[in-house]
Write a protein that binds this ligand. Sequence first.
Ligand code: GH3
Ligand code: MG
Ligand code: MG
Ligand code: MG
Length: 302
Amino acid sequence: MPAYLPKESTILIIDDDVNLIRMLSHILKDFGKILFAVNGDQGLQIAKEQKPDLILLDVGMQPMDGYEVCRYLKNDEATSKSAIIFVTANTGMDTEIACLNAGAVDFITKPLNPPVVQARVRTHLRLIHDSAALELLAQHDALTGLYNRRYFDKAIEAEYSRLQRHQLPLGIALVDIDYFKRYNDTYGHAAGDIALKAVAQAIEAVTKRPGEFVARYGGEEFVVVLPQINEQTLQQYGQMICESIRVLEIPHSTSEIYQYITISVGLAYAIPTIDSSPQSLLDHADQALYRAKTLNRNRFEI
Ligand code: GH3
Ligand code: MG
Ligand code: MG
Ligand code: MG
């Protein structure tokens, strides 16, 4: 389940003046975890490893000045998300414009005024956490807490390209609850929602290998992305996922096949090629799902 609560903030101070680092650390001691670096190279390395929320970056440093460090930070996917506030003794309009053009969100002038530093940092940390929370909400389905279709559509493209580059197989499982309309008709829509959540949780619980993830694909349909999987493991997964829903024993008196809720699963896998697309893999999984449905449901097909 996603953690919607903001985590503790991490702030990185990059400055060649140790006294200034000391002062800033003191001013910001209640704002979260403080890291520091005394030059650009060290700062870039720490930023890469620790992914701080916010970086306070000195403009006047040697040999790499703050603008250059900022360019590196913004051009590297591993660090581009950290917000940057420049710290500069230069108060001219040109500096202000240069700082903002370099990709910083703000700048603070020296000599430091502690309440101003705290107010600016607080504002930016709040913005950072709010936008992280919004991003999380935009990627997740409100009912089940799983990734939503929008996230899946983006993530599957990225995963497909990644595995195509490495020439590794990608597996897909399309999951559809059996006779779910009847379940709603029998037990009511609210009970249907509860059952949907339970099924989502059970699917997530058996989807554990690194890189695998589950998304809500449509109403009572889920999709599982299973990178670097072979046919045998994929079949085992299909079996396991069907079993994991049967053992929930959610009563379904109007199901034609069983007294509890069951699912049908369509499996497909392929090594992505340059001229194929995730859609062809999804089509194959959909055809397999259709076979599972026509072969009396409560089963997987590949
Ligand atoms: P089949 O075994 O062929 O899949 O039959 P089915 O009844 O599951 O298939 P169908 O696609 O006809 O019905 C899907 C049902 O899922 C219809 C809809 O009411 C229900 N459903 C979709 N989304 C939700 C939801 O968010 N909550 C609830 N309670 N029901 C939902
Ligand atoms: Mg300096
Ligand atoms: Mg359906
Ligand atoms: Mg269904």
